[in-house]
Design a protein around this ligand. Structure first.
Ligand SMILES: Cc1ncc(COP(=O)(O)O)c(C=O)c1O
Length: 244
């Protein structure tokens, strides 16, 4: 493809179907997916700074390099992080999550975090188990999942598992060069973002929604990678997610 004009009248012909088709990979039926010109780390930050407020209490666990980095980001962004340290090579401690959620009668915990595949160790955590722990405690906290190295490669079901923010990136299951950060959000996360007060600018949901709804972006998108994403989504659909 020659370089193309991201303000051209024909550009939405590429982008609008992408916004719909990428939802299938996340199994997100009722929410939406933001496509940022960033890596997965940018989508981590987009999730936290749009959906949460400064000082919000969050429940996280650390058992490898990537869960460690997400905790570090949450602390540096000013959240009140309850971090459970686990031996590296293990995964999300479901029993301890369940205990913390049951004990939190005042619902101070606003979000629970799960790194689905801790790339550093290759350990897969149980996302459905996190949802079950939330439901068993009748707890309204949002569920955030890092799916950078799992979505498109390992079973992931956003709608069924009640995942509110699912993060991924172009360079793993999506088979592309690095450079796109994906954030798939539920309706509940979108509603939370409307009242959350953390500052954000580049990753603003509001700016993205306004531009994306018309098929555009608030700033220069990675047009070549969007063409690549079209090809990779077609390959995924052709082979079938279940077969992959
Ligand atoms: C599980 C996981 N989370 C987050 C990241 C960070 O993503 P990125 O390097 O695209 O910013 C990675 C990168 O490998 C990862 O594997």
């Amino acid at each position: 493809m020659p370089m193309e004009d991201m303000r051209a009248a024909s550009f939405p012909k590429l982008t609008l179907p992408l916004f719909e088709d990428i939802k299938r990979v996340f199994k997100n039926e009722t929410g939406r997916v933001f496509i940022y010109p960033s890596s997965g780390t940018g989508a981590w930050e987009a999730a936290m700074t749009n959906v949460l407020s400064p000082g919000d209490r969050v429940l996280m666990s650390r058992f490898g390099q990537f869960s460690h980095l997400w905790v570090d980001m949450a602390e540096r962004l000013g959240f009140d992080v309850d971090v459970i340290d686990c031996e590296w090579g293990t995964g999300v401690p479901l029993d301890l999550y369940a205990e913390r959620l049951r004990a939190d009668k005042a619902h101070r915990i606003k979000a629970v975090f799960c790194t689905q595949n801790e790339t550093a160790t290759g350990v897969i955590s149980d996302v459905a188990g996190c949802r079950a722990a939330l439901d068993a405690a009748n707890h309204p906290a949002l569920l955030f999942v890092d799916g950078v190295s799992s979505i498109g490669s390992i079973d992931f079901r956003q709608e069924e598992w009640g995942v509110d923010c699912a993060v991924s990136g172009s360079q793993k299951g999506f088979m592309l060069p690095a450079g796109l950060g994906f954030l798939s959000v539920s309706k509940k996360a979108l509603a939370a973002a409307r009242v959350a007060t953390h500052r954000h600018c580049y990753f603003s949901f509001e700016d993205m929604i306004r531009a994306n709804d018309a098929g555009y972006f608030p700033y220069t998108p990675a047009t070549q990678l969007l063409r690549g994403l079209r090809a990779s989504l077609d390959l995924i659909a052709e082979e079938g997610l279940e077969n992959i």
